[in-house]
Design a protein around this ligand. Structure first.
Ligand code: NAD
Length: 444
């Protein structure tokens, strides 16, 4: 390594990383998402007859790759980035899960996210295990050519452990079609083959699927509609607040607004904008695309904080940013009747307890945002078949899977008497994972 070696701590200007992920600065409750995952598994295990060793096995990843990517910067210096890929469980199929670029990425965050993928794929009954990856980086601090070299360097490290039948990455926070195309190209070049199904979330021209960009927001919309229906109310006319206005949040807002709801507040990492009579969700996104933030959107009446947004008196709250957005204290101030989790892990276990006690209906992440991985699965099927589906077919098949899974959770919740839909989802999912594990038998 040259003299110019620098080791960014997540980003050129960001604070050093700590072992415990704390996504939200305003929070007082420091929660490690991996411990949250294990608590969620334990809550569900109380409703199942699982031997302690078998339970322990599904509470930990099978393996975690940690890599240090030494990459040349545009100025000729070398920077080193910490990167991870966790393969949590492969009992039901190849490992599957996104790749996140964020300064707060840690080994434990990636482990938690990979575990949530296992139970998400099992909740919607698609034949995948769970994995997740990430690089501790603030991507805004790097040029496109630097990001390309960083991504290709990560893809080189991933090459021995990924593959169409082994482990299939996808986009997550701060990654998208561009990064997936680079990973696919690096993998295919090094393997001297074509393997479009090695990643999903690609651009259409590189083997992506119609409907993939919208899929996470679409399943969030379907979950919201089903939740209101379950409560005997209608989304038409409901008021909605959306925290996080990226891929998942902005599409969910637009599709929920198309059902007649009033999206009154939306936010991103810089703050929130509010208009009590409803704002134009698509115009707010266009403003964010143009300026980098929803802040300054002229179609809003006022700017508020993210905390204000989370405690607005609305019918539906959609957290669509990062983990731990709502802790136990904040949960006491939440005034929404329904929460649909577009983000992964937005509620701490304490928040979950408070909201369950307060009778707030929470549709868990492993169902609500499962549209992303479901359409990733459709993309992978199309890649394997070398055949493309229409967007109409993609959306129809997605609708059927999410509605079916929602009904399954409600019936498990009612029949088994779980405290909430999250525990019902884990009961359903763990049963499916254990069934595959038992049928395969234990390998020494
Ligand atoms: P994204 O990068 O497109 O958007 C994230 C948004 O969150 C951005 O608008 C960002 O400004 C905002 N944000 C970040 N910190 C914030 C804060 N402190 N307060 C308010 N907003 C904040 O990412 P995405 O793909 O939309 O992912 C969002 C969530 O959805 C993540 O939890 C991700 O794991 C989950 N998810 C995404 C997909 C997918 O297909 N993209 C699938 C399943 C789950």
């Amino acid at each position: 390594m040259g003299e110019g070696l620098v080791v960014p701590t997540g980003g050129r200007t960001s604070a050093p990383l700590t072992g415990t992920l704390q996504s939200f600065d305003s929070m007082t409750e420091a929660v490690n998402p991996f411990e949250s995952l294990q608590e969620q598994i334990d809550d569900a295990a109380a409703f199942l007859d699982v031997e302690p060793g078998v339970l322990e096995r599904i509470k930990h990843p099978e393996r975690v790759l940690e890599a240090n990517l030494a990459v040349e910067m545009d100025d000729g210096s070398v920077a080193v980035f910490r990167a991870y890929r966790s393969q949590f469980n492969g009992d039901r199929g190849p490992y599957k899960g996104g790749i996140r670029y964020h300064p707060n990425v840690t080994r434990d965050e990636v482990k938690a996210l990979s575990g949530w993928m296992v139970f998400k794929c099992a909740t919607v009954d698609i034949p995948y295990g769970g994995g997740k990856g990430g690089i501790a980086i603030e991507p805004d601090d790097y040029s496109e050519s630097e990001l390309e070299r960083i991504t290709r360097s990560f893809a080189k490290e991933l090459r021995p452990v990924i593959g169409e039948d082994r482990d299939i990455p996808a986009p997550d926070v701060n990654t998208g079609q561009r990064e997936m195309n680079w990973i696919k190209d690096t993998y295919e070049t090094l393997e001297n083959t074509t393997a479009p199904g090695v990643v999903t979330g690609k651009a259409i021209g590189s083997g992506g699927s119609a409907g993939r960009v919208e899929a996470t927001g679409r399943s969030t919309m379907i979950a919201a509609r089903e939740a209101f229906d379950y409560l005997g109310t209608d989304v038409d006319g409901a008021t909605v607040a959306v925290q996080g206005y990226g891929n998942a949040g902005s599409v969910a807002a637009r599709l929920i607004a198309e059902m007649g709801a009033d999206v009154v507040a939306v936010s991103d990492s810089r703050g929130a904008v509010y208009r009590p009579d409803g704002l134009d969700a698509a115009a707010a996104k266009a403003h964010k695309n143009e300026t980098g933030s929803v802040i300054g959107f002229e179609g809003a009446d006022e700017e508020i904080t993210n905390e204000d947004l989370l405690t607005l008196d609305v019918d539906l709250l959609v957290p669509a940013a990062l983990e731990n957005a709502i802790d136990g204290d904040l949960a006491r101030d939440v005034r929404a009747d329904v929460i649909v989790e577009a983000a992964n892990g937005p509620l701490t276990p304490n928040a979950d307890d408070v909201l369950t006690e307060r009778d707030v209906l929470v549709v868990p992440d492993i169902l609500a945002n499962a549209g992303g991985v479901t359409v990733s699965y459709f993309e992978w099927v199309q890649n394997r078949q070398r055949f493309s589906w229409t967007e109409e077919r993609v959306n129809e098949e997605l609708e059927a899977i999410i509605v079916d899974a929602f009904d399954g959770l409600v019936s498990t919740h009612e029949v088994r008497g779980t405290p909430n839909l999250r525990t019902a989802a884990y009961v359903v999912a763990i049963q499916r994972v254990l069934e595959a594990y038992r049928q395969a038998g234990n390998w020494p």
